[in-house]
Design a protein. Structure first.
Length: 252
């Protein structure tokens, strides 16, 4: 059956998460280009494992844990806050959050991009990884909690701290603990005592500048924040000291 309308609206009030997710997938398979979810209140696994790279989901309310888990291609916008585990092991697509986000965002993330206007919780980017041209990206407009980029094996995280005047508060403690790949960028300075001993602070180079320009511009466009204002403040980066920080602890 050919779909004439582009958008289908689902009222999620009181819906069980399984019923909601089945309805979303059904309507996408019917050919709708955009699914609009209203009255979302903690339903989990929205977008789980879906492969619709040219489709959109708009969420009004607060989605539950594991939004976009295992997602292979979809564009999700959340007009509010999100709970824990956003982008858990996602492979592709984009998630844009117009509020703040909970813990372990981007856990094991393998591709795609996540943009958050506000703050994020603990252990964001833990176990992020990359393979060939698959480089996952997280951009945070506010600040991050403890253990940012823990055991990070690849990918890129950008922390802008737009509402934070004190650079010491851009992230919590133990940032980059166990990091052995990837890069974490900070707009401003980060004191060394906030880092795990596996992380190393460096200035950015021309390649970093191109990457930041591309992704900060996209952040700016999504949230209507002046790009030039964001880029007025210098950036630095945190990279791993080596690729196998705990290699000596294991037998060969």
């Amino acid at each position: 059956m050919r779909i004439i309308e582009d958008t289908f609206t689902i009222d999620a009030k009181g819906m069980h998460y399984k019923d909601l997710n089945e309805e979303i997938e059904k309507k996408l398979n019917e050919g709708y280009k955009k699914i609009k979810l209203i009255n979302v209140n903690g339903q989990r696994y929205i977008g789980a494992g879906l492969t619709f790279p040219d489709r959109d989901i708009e969420i009004y309310g607060v989605p539950g844990n594991d939004l976009g888990v295992f997602m292979n291609g979809l564009n999700i916008k959340v007009y509010g806050n999100a709970q824990d585990g956003v982008g858990n092991t996602m492979n592709d697509g984009e998630i844009v959050i117009y509020g703040s986000c909970g813990d372990i965002m981007g856990y094991g993330m393998r591709g795609g991009k996540i943009f958050v206007k506000g703050n994020v919780g603990y252990r964001v980017g833990i176990h992020m990884k990359e393979y060939k041209d698959k480089i996952p990206v997280i951009v945070v407009g506010g600040t991050a909690g403890d253990f940012l980029g823990e055991y990070m094996a690849g990918g890129r995280i950008i922390v802008l701290g737009l509402e934070e005047e004190d650079d010491e508060n851009l992230c919590g403690y133990f940032c980059s603990t166990g990091i052995h790949g990837g890069i974490i960028y900070f707009r401003g300075k980060i004191p060394e005592y906030k880092l795990g001993k596996e992380g190393k602070i460096l200035g950015i180079d021309e390649e970093d500048e191109k990457f930041l320009e591309e992704n900060v511009k996209k952040f700016s466009d999504y949230f209507g924040i002046d790009y030039n204002y964001i880029m007025e403040k210098p950036f630095l980066k945190v990279i791993p000291f080596n690729k196998r920080p705990y290699g000596k602890l294991y037998a060969y």
